[in-house]
Write a protein that binds this ligand. Structure first.
Ligand SMILES: [Fe+2]
Ligand SMILES: [Fe+2]
Length: 243
């Protein structure tokens, strides 16, 4: 059973906590003329996410399915969604589309977004930023909703545990704990620190987000620019600046 929270006007967070792994998986539904689901979650989550979406809109009317990079929690249930929503089209980076999505999980071709491209779903206006290897993966990108200042930030700001839906308190220390914990086990080097990391995070910070919507953990409401610079420092501390 998933928990639903409105994190900005008509932007809903759908949270499912998986206790075996002490982790939350969040999807975000933008309720608009052309409804957008950001992250599908893994295939196994499809029934519960669909049930949650159905409390907000008719799930068959989903028009866009966005995600940061090709991974199961990002787009694993894309095909399941496209089978029930006849107009649902994936929107992702050119690399995601060409290298993986169309061949592996797409029921129909994805729409590739160019770096800096803007698009609207109705009243919500989005900007796409190509962010290779941030949070991770060659094909990574981010969507920013300009009206509400919401940054859909995928694995950045990842926090473990059954945490609150939304907070204005610091989440970077919890993010740093995850990085440190993961460095000790099979998830080591979860996020790379590359020669481009500082520049890319600086670009995200310059958007001055008011709401930071992470895939794992609480959504942060506050000074997003400062939070992103704090996150950069945490990554540099734990992962090192030498790549
Ligand atoms: Fe990821
Ligand atoms: Fe993730």
């Amino acid at each position: 059973m998933s928990q639903i929270t409105e994190i900005a006007r008509d932007v809903f967070k759908i949270t499912t906590f998986i206790s075996e792994f002490n982790i939350q998986f969040n999807q975000f539904l933008v309720r608009d003329e052309e409804p957008l689901l950001y992250h599908t979650g893994m295939k196994g989550l499809f029934p519960t996410v669909k049930e949650a979406v159905a409390k907000l809109i008719d799930p068959t009317t989903i028009r866009w399915i966005g995600f940061s990079h090709f991974e199961a929690d990002e787009c694993g249930a894309l095909r399941e969604w496209q089978r029930i929503a006849p107009d649902a089209t994936a929107i992702c980076s050119f690399v995601s589309k060409m290298v993986s999505v169309d061949d592996v999980v797409g029921e129909r071709p994805a729409r590739a977004l160019e770096d800096g491209e803007e698009f609207a779903t109705g009243k919500c206006r989005f900007k796409f930023l190509q962010t290779p290897h941030v949070p991770h993966a060659w094909d990574a990108g981010h969507l920013f909703e300009e009206n509400s200042g919401t940054l859909l930030c995928s694995d950045l700001f990842h926090q473990n545990g059954e945490v609150e839906a939304v907070t204005s308190s610091d989440i970077v220390s919890r993010f740093k704990e995850v990085l440190i914990e993961y460095q000790q086990g099979p998830f080591a080097n979860y996020l790379p620190y590359t020669t481009k990391t500082e520049q890319i995070l600086g670009r995200l910070a310059s958007l001055k987000p008011k709401t930071i919507a992470s895939m794992h953990g609480s959504t942060y409401v506050g000074d997003g620019e400062s939070a992103i610079y704090d996150l950069l420092e945490a990554m540099r501390d734990v992962l090192g600046g030498s790549g």
